[in-house]
Ligand binder design. Structure first.
Ligand code: PRP
Ligand code: URA
Length: 210
């Protein structure tokens, strides 16, 4: 059993994911929607950030106020498609650092192949959120999280926009200590290991390569 899996239930997220699925949505709109959905999901994934109390002067009085207590965060997009989620998230957490894991799914075996990895030097002091719009078989997320774990961050969460039940179960089993944030849980994988109904190839739709 995973530490916790959260399936998003917000009308704005549901609405934007429906637009994302539509095959008539343009590359420009698709990119904007991925960014907006990532920002809304980041709001949920940062709900447990610790706060501290400080004293501030309002124009009227001295007040005790709460601010985020300086916990450091890093976001790690899985290349390529995860890159589409970064801009929206940085709107909410502008001081976060960004690591990168490069993986692609071999079209024959459907297994992930690693080609790049670069983490912030102080990753060991950071809470990490790994980003990928699509969780299909789960192979890419499982390998990316394994790689991030080898750097010993404080904690790891995983955020995806669409998940297949097969991939979610595999990820929960492989990394039961990782909290998972899912925008929408779809029906199944087809014979080509694409999510049904899904949205097609997220990387191609973000970057206009198909
Ligand atoms: C897609 C997607 C995930 C992966 C999911 O990437 O962005 O990384 O497939 O599939 P899995 O759960 O079965 O591993 P892809 O390999 O198409 O690479 P890209 O982002 O470079 O297009
Ligand atoms: N990768 C994608 O981009 N889409 C899928 O449906 C499966 C893997």
């Amino acid at each position: 059993m995973a530490k916790k899996t959260f399936i998003m239930d917000h009308p704005l997220i549901k609405h934007k994911i429906s637009l994302l699925r539509d095959k008539h949505t343009s590359t420009k709109e698709f990119r904007e929607l991925v960014s907006e959905i990532a920002m809304l999901m980041c709001y949920e994934a940062t709900r447990d950030l610790p706060l501290k109390e400080v004293e501030i002067e309002t124009p009227v009085a001295t007040a005790k106020a709460q601010i985020i207590s300086g916990r450091k965060i890093a976001f790690v997009p899985i290349l390529r498609a995860g890159l589409g989620m970064v801009e929206g998230i940085l709107n909410l957490v502008p001081s976060a650092k960004i690591g990168h894991v490069g993986l692609y799914r071999d079209p024959e075996t459907m297994k992930p192949v690693e080609y790049y990895c670069k983490m912030p030097t102080d990753i060991g002091e950071r809470d990490v959120v790994v980003l990928d719009p699509m969780l299909a078989t789960g192979g890419s997320a499982i390998d990316a999280i394994g790689l991030v774990k080898s750097y010993n961050p404080r904690s790891i969460k995983f955020m995806c926009i669409i998940a297949a039940p097969e991939g979610l179960a595999a990820l929960e089993e492989a990394h039961p200590d990782v909290e998972i944030y899912v925008g929408a849980l779809d029906d199944h994988l087809n014979d080509h290991k694409y999510i049904v109904p899904g949205l097609g190839d997220a990387g191609d739709r973000i970057f206009g390569t198909k």
